[in-house]
Design a protein around this ligand. Structure first.
Ligand code: G1P
Length: 288
């Protein structure tokens, strides 16, 4: 199954930092966010990766280009493990461009010719997941993929957010208390409208029927085609599951979440190398 990673967004919530630097290239400790994201995808078994990028963001492609001079120098020095742990893995990246900012649904449609009428996953690079003691054998995305294979139902990863944060995310309402079946899906509801505080965090595994609904979706008032609108349509025709993760979730699309993620990954990386690391985590956590 292929995974689509939309990276064309302009990072307006992080200006001026992202004026010429793609937000996906910002570091989490010593690796850019996109490297953590690709690692997550490959660990979950997604080896065919499609980046939906913008011609303005060539540094992302350049980072993964084997012909890049730095890459060759690293190779010769046999420092690959330290510099780029994903290079030892088996995966393939294709790039398509979204040349106009017409929304997440439109970005996914840009990848349709490469995916064909098949099931696929979507991973949004703004959101980074981790655990205090990560085990790459059992990541949340890998478990969600297994649920899709088992149930054949589209899966949307969710987590609990502070009730006042619901206005920033897609929010799901579950059918009953102890089920994972989605009853409602609302994009960025007001606090009063929100059916719960369970937020869509940007990990989806979607059955092929979504293509039809994406193509039928009209642009919203801002001229953007929303994935959530197409998912609401799909929900009228087939059941969909919510996959609740208890991972730490960082919204790196805005400064507070990014700063918290940087500290978390720094602590994790230093902890792995040096158990005596004495950095403490300040109380900033934008999405939890
Ligand atoms: C998108 C989705 C939203 C989801 C969010 C996660 O919104 O439309 O449902 O909760 O990603 O980050 P965006 O952040 O692109 O506005």
């Amino acid at each position: 199954m292929k995974v689509i990673i939309p990276v064309a967004g302009q990072g307006t919530r992080m200006l001026p930092l992202t004026k010429s630097l793609p937000k996906e290239m910002l570091p989490l400790y010593n690796k850019p966010i996109i490297q953590h994201i690709i690692f997550e995808c490959v660990m979950a078994g997604f080896k065919e990766i499609i980046l939906v990028s913008s011609p303005d963001k060539l540094s992302i492609e350049s980072f993964f280009n084997d012909a890049h001079p730095t890459h060759q120098r690293i190779n010769t020095k046999s420092e690959m493990g330290l510099a780029c742990d994903i290079d030892a893995l088996d995966y393939q990246i294709s790039v398509v461009y979204q040349t106009e900012p017409l929304g997440l649904g439109h970005a996914i449609l840009c990848a349709e010719p490469l995916v064909g009428q098949n099931d696929f996953a979507v991973v949004l690079p703004d959101v980074v997941l981790t655990r205090d003691h990560p085990s790459y054998q059992t990541t949340a995305l890998k478990q969600m993929r297994q649920s899709f294979v088992l149930t054949k139902q589209s899966q949307i990863m969710i987590h609990e957010v502070d009730p006042k944060e619901v206005i920033n995310y897609g929010i799901v309402g579950l059918d009953g208390q102890s089920t994972s079946e989605i009853g409602q899906l609302i994009e960025k509801p007001s606090i009063d409208e929100a059916p719960s505080n369970l937020a869509v965090l940007g990990r989806y595994i979607l059955g092929r029927e979504i293509w039809h609904h994406l193509r039928q979706t009209d642009p919203d008032c801002r001229g953007e085609i929303q994935l959530t609108t197409a998912l609401m349509q799909l929900l009228q025709h087939e059941p969909m599951s919510a996959f609740l993760t208890e991972d730490k979730v960082f919204d790196c699309g805005q400064m507070a979440g990014y700063a918290a993620a940087f500290i978390q990954f720094t602590l994790q990386s230093r902890g792995q190398r040096d158990n005596t690391a004495k950095v403490t985590m300040p109380k900033i956590n934008a999405m939890n």
